[in-house]
Design a protein around this ligand. Structure first.
Ligand code: 4AD
Ligand code: MG
Length: 461
């Protein structure tokens, strides 16, 4: 394979012949010479191509190049007199591989992110989106790396499921029935037994229940895949399709889980700082001033811990009016979460032991009978980035919780069965992958950190 522009720029040898392929980011003609800023998406920095009028086809090709044209350049690497670049490519030939039509929507100027969402097929050609997707890629690699180094097995949880892992009923149906002509039972209800899987099925909201199977056999596992939620949340931090990372550990309690979570997040953020330095400079200067320092601070300082009960009293003491009033028993809203992590502690905060009534059925019930061993990690600007818990591994208590959540124990027979055979304390959490990419890049909207966002009313591309 030919070297990418990133490789040429980093380690190309001055004086040697080289070739580059990519898209023109900008072109500037001055007397007697043209400068082309050529990028291929492998790094923020492109390579500067220098073209002289003696070049074959100079008038027909080079003078007519515009932003977005795809070209192939042959030439020699020379030392660059320009600031901020080590080498440039003195062209001996330039071929136009793909021109652009007059209506090419990307120009050198900055475009709004909302507009860019309408051209998701072209937006990765912008500096910002390409940088986001490179960071996203490094984040994914760092996640797998952390788990591999710590003895976790990557378990591929199913995407089509017949259980509701969160018990919240926010699922997309999977069916091959034609709308309007689904077979009916004698009682007049849809007869799902005749559907493709012989039962009602949905897209999964979480791979946790399957991850628990993995943990109770292989001790440490994680899932990392797409999850789906049919909640009608039109916010800057919700997607209908997002990726979740869900480690699950046997013989682990809430304290062990909180420790793991902290070292895991620090590893991932630290690796991004290390490996995406150039992109982080860009985010720091152009997208969110101070984001690099914020992430460095997270990596180097211990996370704070607080119970839900303490968090509520801190919120009650806060000298401000929240849109959603606070009292013991309410779920924390984004404004509360942000107040706690940004104003009260000024760093990531692990909130534990939430009221049973606002958390999912599978969380371990504390001895007080009213709270569960839940854990949420809150970070500045985002709020909740991780949600997890120690799991209820006592069959009797689990049955009670399922009944209270109106879940049919027959459907979850295998989940209950795990509590009957070799059941042990175990715990796990879910990290919203896009939220971590949002946090580290400072991007304001979660729709701009996933290549093809799915949100209410939109599923193009
Ligand atoms: O807190 P949640 O709902 O927890 C679970 O699903 C557990 N089963 C995880 C586990 O214990 N294995 O979701 C986990 C994380 C949230 O903290 C948030 O970061 C992210 O997933 N998340 C979303 N991200 C984007 N769009 C949405 N609609 C999200 N819903 C949750
Ligand atoms: Mg949650």
């Amino acid at each position: 394979m030919r070297p990418l522009i990133r490789e040429l720029v980093a380690s190309g040898v001055v004086g040697e012949a080289a070739e580059a392929q990519g898209w023109v980011r900008s072109v500037r003609h001055s007397k007697g010479v043209s400068f082309i800023d050529l990028v291929d998406g492998s790094s923020m920095a492109g390579i500067q191509v220098v073209a002289n009028p003696e070049l074959p086809g100079y008038e027909e090709v080079v003078r007519k190049l515009g932003t977005g044209c795809a070209i192939e350049v042959q030439g020699a690497l020379t030392e660059s007199p320009g600031k901020g670049q080590r080498v440039e490519l003195a062209a001996t030939s330039i071929d136009l591989i793909g021109g652009v039509e007059d209506d090419y929507p990307l120009q050198k100027k900055r475009h709004g992110f909302e507009f860019l969402r309408t051209i998701a097929h072209l937006r990765p050609r912008t500096n910002t989106l390409a940088a986001v997707f490179r960071v996203r890629n490094e984040a994914a690699a760092a996640i797998h790396e952390f788990f591999r180094e710590n003895g976790f097995v990557w378990l591929h949880a199913p995407i089509i499921t017949s259980s509701d892992a969160e018990g919240a009923g926010e699922m997309f149906r999977v069916s091959t029935f034609e709308p309007g002509s689904a077979p009916k039972t004698e009682a007049g209800e849809t007869d799902w037994s005749q559907d493709f899987f012989g039962r009602e099925t949905h897209l999964t909201v979480s791979g946790q229940l399957e991850a628990e199977i993995g943990a109770l056999s292989m001790s440490r596992v994680y899932t990392f895949g797409p999850t789906f939620r049919a909640e009608n949340s039109n916010t800057a931090r919700h997607l209908a399709e997002f990726w979740m990372v869900e480690p699950e550990l046997a013989f682990c309690d809430l304290d062990g889980l909180a420790e793991l979570c902290e070292s895991f997040l620090k590893h991932v953020l630290g690796r991004i700082l290390e490996r995406c330095s150039e992109d982080m400079d860009f985010f720091d200067q152009r997208i969110d001033k101070g984001v690099r320092a914020r992430i460095e601070h997270v990596v180097s300082s211990p996370f704070e811990r607080m119970t839900y009960t303490e968090a509520i009293s801190r919120l009650e003491q806060a000298d401000r009016d929240f849109e959603f009033p606070v009292s013991w028993g309410v779920d924390l809203q984004s404004e509360h979460e942000r107040h706690l992590t940004e104003e009260v502690v000024g760093r990531p905060l692990v909130v534990t032991d939430y009221p049973e009534s606002i958390k999912a059925f599978y969380m371990y019930r504390n001895d007080d009978g009213k709270t569960v061993r839940a854990l949420d990690v809150l970070v500045p600007r985002i709020g909740e980035i991780v949600g997890g818990s120690q799991r209820e591994h006592r069959e009797g208590v689990l049955r009670e919780r399922m009944a209270a959540s109106d879940l049919d124990p027959e459907r979850y027979w295998w989940y209950l069965d795990l509590r009957r055979h070799g059941s042990v304390p175990h715990a796990g959490f879910g990290l919203g992958f896009e939220r971590v990419v949002q946090f580290v890049t400072g991007m304001a909207n979660i729709r701009d950190v996933i290549p093809f966002p799915r949100v209410p009313g939109s599923a193009e591309f």
